[in-house]
Design a protein around this ligand. Structure first.
Ligand SMILES: NC(=O)c1ccc[n+]([C@@H]2O[C@H](COP(=O)([O-])OP(=O)(O)OC[C@H]3O[C@@H](n4cnc5c(N)ncnc54)[C@H](O)[C@@H]3O)[C@@H](O)[C@H]2O)c1
Length: 286
């Protein structure tokens, strides 16, 4: 085919997104979005290693995924991202089996959720406990560093790979604390999105840029994906308030980040590194 020929669009697109023969390891994959990332990569043919501290949750995630995908492509391993020994143990076990991790998704986090009763835990800055600060940074930020250190080093030695850090629209926005407001509460008792969330997510973007320029010659790319809020069981009033801040007028469904994950983990994004891709229904442009 001539150099400037368009070629067969169907085949070309398919092969650029294909992850056949590649292995992806996802942290925090017993959680809601971790499973979605796994499904996204299984859809394009990757072998996935689901990791989490929640061993029962991992089993449930695996069972769910097995209903749609071949079980031989799904592996579960207990891994605590805050413990370097735990991360090394998983890496060494995979090494011993000749499994090479081509894509790492740093997804684990300790996030407060807006449930049926709104945001209920006390997150106010005035009284925010330093122990909680340490714990949330340990999972969201230190965990991403440790996993990148262990698996990124191997990728660099083995011809390359992709690191994808799951940040949030709060990596580029301050939380609008008004949407968590509960009628009848004194302002000192009003729930807020915790300071750690903003710090972890902005920090992940810094880590992404650092990693992107650290191993470029070794073929390691690093990007961040910043999702907007996913609609689950939040109160209708909260969904209404947040939707009002989003140009597309709604929250995301859980599976709406799959194509971004497929793009960012495959050769479809081969010229993209060090970027923070914000998929937020337009919230951050308003
Ligand atoms: N849900 C959303 O609306 C949303 C929006 C933007 C960004 N995000 C980000 O997406 C990612 C996934 O979010 P989610 O809603 O699926 O969260 P989730 O709470 O459902 O899942 C997080 C997972 O991390 C695991 N985890 C906690 N500590 C760990 C540790 N020490 N080692 C390994 N795993 C650990 C938990 O067991 C859990 O399974 C997070 O980084 C989150 O900040 C979520």
């Amino acid at each position: 085919m001539a150099d400037n020929a368009v070629g067969d669009i169907g085949t070309g697109v398919k092969s650029r997104f294909s992850m056949i023969g590649r292995t992806a390891l996802i942290t925090g994959s017993a959680g809601m979005l971790g499973r979605q990332h796994a499904a996204a990569l299984l859809e394009v043919g990757a072998l996935v290693v689901l990791t989490d501290i929640d061993v029962d949750g991992l089993k449930v995630a695996r069972d769910d995924l097995e209903e749609s995908f071949e079980s031989t492509w799904i592996r579960t391993m207990a891994m605590d991202v805050t413990q370097i020994e735990s991360v090394r143990e998983v890496a060494e076990e995979l090494d011993s089996e000749g499994v090479r991790v081509d894509a790492l998704i740093n997804n684990a986090a300790l996030d407060p959720k807006v449930g049926e009763d709104g945001l209920t835990d006390g997150s106010r800055l005035e009284t925010f406990p330093v122990q909680r600060w340490d714990a949330e940074l340990a999972v969201g930020l230190t965990g991403a560093f440790l996993c990148s250190q262990v698996f990124g080093t191997r990728m660099a030695a083995n011809g390359g790979g992709v690191i994808l850090n799951i940040a949030s629209d709060f990596s580029v926005l301050a939380p609008d604390q008004r949407i968590y407001h509960q009628v009848g509460l004194d302002y000192r008792d009003q729930p807020v999105k915790p300071v750690t969330y903003s710090v972890v997510k902005a920090g992940l973007v810094g880590l992404t840029r650092y990693l992107a320029t650290y191993w470029p010659d070794a073929g390691v790319r690093a990007n961040a994906l910043s999702p907007g809020g996913v609609q689950t069981n939040q109160p209708a009033e909260f969904v209404k308030k947040i939707s009002h801040l989003v140009p597309l007028g709604r929250m995301a469904s859980p599976d709406e980040y799959r194509s971004a994950v497929q793009f960012l983990c495959s050769d479809a994004s081969s010229f993209l590194t060090g970027q923070n891709i914000v998929v937020d229904g337009g919230r951050s442009v308003w």
